[in-house]
Design a protein around this ligand. Structure first.
Ligand code: UDP
Ligand code: MG
Length: 347
């Protein structure tokens, strides 16, 4: 589980590379003191993996505590995103076993990964923490990268992005669709960190800034980089799921991608206007050609071309309406301003 560090200044320029062997202790003391750390973990039907994940993370926090990296009152916050299995009973029993170490938040209904993450971060902010690290429940986000993240925080970075070194553990389909998504996001002008999911450290200051974002359609991978603040990256090797199955089926992945695009960019709407104007220009050229042919006495029976035009233009109009509809739908959801999630219980 090798780690590589890359430090960037606020302008995103590379400052230095730390050797792998550099010890944590040698990096401490050049900035802030040890933080009270909250590990925020969204969980949806994770009964298989939590009994493996919790001891690993508990040991990790105790180790960091002993080495003086974090304070003793650091904790794990599990957000149960409306699971139907025994996820919440597991959270409850861990809390009664470790009342100060493990806390939980239970949604009344499944509201999705991004909402669970946001709720957890806001809960950590109100409960008290100097920094929070969000990570998945399945140990795919290498817990050893936490050391490096805390080191980067100590140096004065307010956001530390966990960036995966490779995508070996992903299927070819997931890898290629993810690549396409990041390329599209950058083409659309949205600032995202390629190969960074939601494994990141955020300082209290940045959590406060995040709390001002009240939109219902949440896309944290776009919002967090737009906050600014000094930031750096930590590279890690993403492993396979420790147990259970992925909770991100194709349908959820697609709606996540649409969320990302529509909540950050209006380029698709502009593209439709552009395509519309091009097709009008093509129509005018055809009209001129038809008129010229008519006056030259070369009348063409153009059934085929008429049919083609109808179908192509019909398709363009329908897809245009579809894209506009996506945005209108999202405006509708934002205007209603319903709560993003409902908390049933907190421990
Ligand atoms: N998750 C969630 N709500 C959902 C779907 C997923 O809280 O509706 C959580 C899940 O429990 C996990 C994280 O989001 O901690 C990432 O999900 P998963 O590991 O299944 O995604 P993958 O790694 O396969 O993309
Ligand atoms: Mg996973």
């Amino acid at each position: 589980m090798g780690l590589k560090l890359e430090t960037m200044n606020t302008a995103g320029q590379l400052k230095s590379d730390l050797p792998k062997s550099q010890t944590a202790e040698s990096d401490q003391g050049c900035g802030r003191g040890a933080p009270q750390l909250a590990l925020v973990i969204p969980c949806y039907n994770e009964q298989d993996v939590l009994p493996i994940t919790l001891p690993v993370l508990n040991t990790k926090l105790s180790d960091l505590e002993k080495r003086g990296f974090i304070t003793e009152n650091s904790y794990i916050l599990l957000v149960d995103d409306g699971s139907q299995d025994s996820t919440w009973p597991i959270v409850e029993s861990s809390h009664s076993q470790y009342p100060t170490r493990v806390h939980g938040l239970k949604f009344s209904h499944n509201r999705g990964h991004q909402n669970a993450l946001y709720a957890g971060l806001m809960e950590a902010l109100s409960r008290g923490c100097d920094a929070a690290i969000s990570m998945d429940a399945d140990l795919q986000d290498d817990p050893d990268a936490i050391d490096a993240m805390v080191k980067e925080y100590a140096k004065g970075n307010d956001i530390v992005y966990g960036v995966r070194d490779n995508r070996d553990t992903d299927t070819v389909f997931k890898r290629s669709t993810a690549d396409l998504f990041y390329k599209m996001m950058s083409w659309l002008g949205t600032d995202t960190i390629p190969n960074h999911a939601d494994y990141r450290l955020m300082s209290r200051t940045t959590l406060k800034a995040l709390s001002h974002y009240t939109e219902v359609n949440l896309f944290l991978r776009g919002i967090v980089p737009s906050l600014g603040f000094p930031h750096s990256k930590v590279y890690y090797k993403r492993g396979s799921r420790a147990a259970g199955e992925s909770k991100y089926p194709l349908k959820k992945m697609m709606s996540f991608a649409v969320e990302g695009i529509t909540s950050f960019s209006i380029t698709p709407l502009r593209a439709i206007t552009g395509i519309g104007l091009i097709s009008v220009a093509v129509g005018i050229v055809i009209l001129i050609y038809v008129l010229v042919s008519f006056f030259c006495g070369r009348a063409v029976a153009g059934w085929g071309s008429v049919m083609c035009s109808i179908w192509i233009l019909g398709g363009l109009i329908l897809s245009g309406i579809g894209v506009v509809g996506e945005y209108v739908g999202r405006i509708y959801l934002e205007v209603k301003h319903r709560p993003r999630y409902i908390v049933e219980e907190r421990i």
